[in-house]
Design a protein around this ligand. Structure first.
Ligand code: DX5
Ligand code: ZN
Length: 224
């Protein structure tokens, strides 16, 4: 199983939610050499009002990519389905604090499966609620839009939340942000402490996903 890239770098994680699902392999090939992480959004129609893909699709795309598969579970029953996604080829699993009754148990389950561990909070959940478990994860995923759909606008209060979170994290833990990430929103969120940038529409909504990745990367590093 692949490990998350070590900290100290800015990484861009294209979200296939905005890709053309009839040409998924082609779309992944377009960004394969330009990033290290691929972000896969799993939705169940309960935790969020949208439905996406299950382990079957993850398994089908696994042989076509060497990237770290960053599986973002936006589902009610994360403990039940996490093993299926790992078996299908997930390298890291991020679950929502709001969806799980015992986050410690969930973290232990993912460690036992050998996966990297991420924990996520929605925009309405106070950052402080992560305090009891934050030391035990590899990455925190701060939602910068309400989860469920691509193409929404970045919520400006995310900047303050990212700063607050960064202070709670060690240097070896990543801070991922997800939602409304474009070259225009990247500099401020990177300054606030984010180092892992999920982008869907900004990459797969463009004619050249590879050029779009470069544009985000340049905007992220221009201010450092
Ligand atoms: C939204 C998903 C995101 C989504 C982001 O619930 O978690 O990963 O693909 O899309 P953009 O970058 O278009 O806001
Ligand atoms: Zn996501």
């Amino acid at each position: 199983m692949r490990k998350l890239p070590s900290t100290g770098t800015i990484e861009i994680a294209p979200s296939i939610l905005s890709a053309d699902f009839s040409r998924l392999g082609e779309h992944i090939a377009q960004i394969e050499r330009h990033v290290k992480i691929l972000h896969l959004d799993i939705m169940d129609g309960h935790f969020v009002p949208n439905l996406t893909i299950g382990p079957v699709v993850v398994k089908r795309i696994r042989p076509h990519s060497q990237l770290f598969f960053d599986v973002h579970l936006m589902i009610d029953d994360a403990p039940k389905y996490a093993p299926e996604f790992v078996k299908a080829g997930a390298d890291g699993i991020t679950f929502h604090l709001e969806a799980v009754s015992d986050p410690r148990k969930m973290i232990k389950q993912l460690r036992d499966l050998g996966a990297s561990v991420g924990i996520s909070i929605k925009p309405g959940t106070p950052v402080s609620e992560l305090e009891p478990v934050v030391a035990d994860v590899d990455m925190v995923l701060l939602m910068t839009v309400e989860p469920g759909f691509g193409g929404q606008s970045f919520l400006p209060e995310s900047l303050r939340r990212a700063e607050e979170l960064r202070k709670m994290l060690r240097d070896d833990q990543r801070l991922e942000v997800d939602g409304g990430i474009y070259p225009s929103t990247t500099p401020a969120i990177v300054r606030a402490g984010a180092d892992t940038l999920v982008a869907g529409n900004a990459i797969f909504g463009r004619e050249s996903p590879a050029d779009a990745v470069k544009a985000i990367y340049e905007s992220a590093t221009a201010n450092t």
